[in-house]
Design a protein around this ligand. Structure first.
Ligand SMILES: NC(=O)c1ccc[n+]([C@@H]2O[C@H](COP(=O)([O-])OP(=O)(O)OC[C@H]3O[C@@H](n4cnc5c(N)ncnc54)[C@H](O)[C@@H]3O)[C@@H](O)[C@H]2O)c1
Length: 335
């Protein structure tokens, strides 16, 4: 059993994972930014900001991230902050990350560097022991102990073995293509926005699953080009997470698409933080695709609608009929 795990970010996912893995580690330390949340976790065993009704297990303690954080005693450190914060937070704690296993659940692509979270973590910490865990995992359901599948992405297979014990409460599959596992989490957020947009106008079942299938084809085309894992399409990080995020209204990115489609919010939506991470990833994914020579018409149309360059109805016309073609004069040859 791992003796001590540190979790950076006492938000939804950090708290949910603390609860879930606390039966598989001697101690879990949640690192938060707010003194009152830290006090409440230590004194009342409760995170009032995220799960006011959940009694946290007694071996979960909290500390402030600022100051003397004591990460040196942790065997593994899990990063659960918004992707936009990962570089700065890892930079700040990099001295304490040497010789630890670093686990990331943050989903996003840095722009314009187009780096994944593990690439950023490596750049800032110089520690290659990085894994990610990704799958159809809503934080609240993880917190309350419901069944969930997840993919452990690790370039070094010995790290996967070690983590299968810590994450033994999940149904697991594995991939040695860490970057591809992370990119699945970015892609599914992009297409979930598209699914929300589409469903705001074209909501019957045939229409919904036709669009989802088109998105999944584009996602698989991307992954086929960039991933060495030939099985990735059936793993929890890919098929499961894509379906969860694109289908379920609890998904923040699907909700963004629905709100844009119904003209409830104006785009581009630029609020910082985790809320709609996918909106920040759309341009990155299109550019990454272009670097690899991958055509991504659906992601491009999602970007066009998100940035007010096109309407959903025009987008649908384009998808159904194909992009407008130049009309050329037909040459009619005589007899
Ligand atoms: N919520 C989910 O269901 C879920 C599922 C899978 C993956 N994730 C990923 O986990 C990451 C976190 O998501 P979340 O839902 O927990 O977000 P959240 O907003 O609920 O929590 C984020 C937490 O990080 C803290 N934080 C932000 N910047 C910080 C900093 N610089 N230093 C210390 N703490 C900081 C915030 O105070 C907050 O407590 C995201 O990248 C998300 O994609 C979330």
């Amino acid at each position: 059993m791992i003796s001590r795990v540190g979790i950076i970010g006492a938000g939804s996912m950090g708290t949910a994972l603390a609860q879930r893995i606390s039966s598989r580690a001697e101690e879990v330390i949640l690192y938060g930014r707010k003194q009152e949340v830290v006090n409440s976790i230590n004194d009342e065993r409760c995170n009032p900001d995220y799960f006011p009704g959940l009694l946290l297990n007694p071996n979960i303690r909290a500390r402030l991230i600022a100051g003397n954080h004591g990460l040196e005693d942790c065997q593994a450190v899990l990063i659960a902050v918004p992707s936009s914060e990962v570089r700065s937070i890892v930079h700040a704690i990099s001295h304490d990350l040497a010789n630890k296993v670093i686990i990331t659940v943050s989903k996003g692509l840095e722009y314009p560097s187009l780096k994944t979270m593990s690439e950023i973590i490596f750049e800032e910490s110089n520690n290659p022991n990085i894994v990610c865990i990704s799958g159809p995992n809503f934080a609240d359901e993880i917190a309350y102990g419901h069944i969930a599948g997840a993919t452990i992405g690790a370039a070094d297979p010995s790290l996967s073995t070690m983590l299968s014990d810590l994450f033994g409460g999940f149904i697991l599959d594995f991939s040695d293509d860490l970057r591809a596992v992370e990119l699945c989490g970015v892609l599914k957020n992009v297409y979930a926005i598209g699914a929300g947009m589409w469903d705001s106008v074209y909501g019957n079942y045939n229409e919904h699953y036709t669009f989802l299938n088109m998105c999944y084809k584009e996602m698989c085309r991307f992954l086929r080009e960039i991933s060495s894992d030939r099985e990735i399409f059936t793993k929890f990080c890919c098929f499961g997470d894509f379906n969860l995020t694109a289908n379920v209204d609890k998904s923040r990115n699907r909700t963004l698409g629905l709100m844009v489609g119904k003209n409830i919010i104006k785009t581009p939506y630029l609020e910082p933080g985790v809320t709609f991470e996918g909106s920040k990833s759309v341009e990155g994914i299109i550019e990454l695709g272009a670097r690899h020579g991958i055509d991504m018409p659906i992601a491009t149309l999602i970007s066009d609608v998100l940035n007010g360059r096109s309407s959903i109805r025009n987008t649908v016309e384009t998808l159904i009929r194909g992009p407008p073609r130049r009309t050329s004069r037909r040459v009619v040859r005589a007899g």
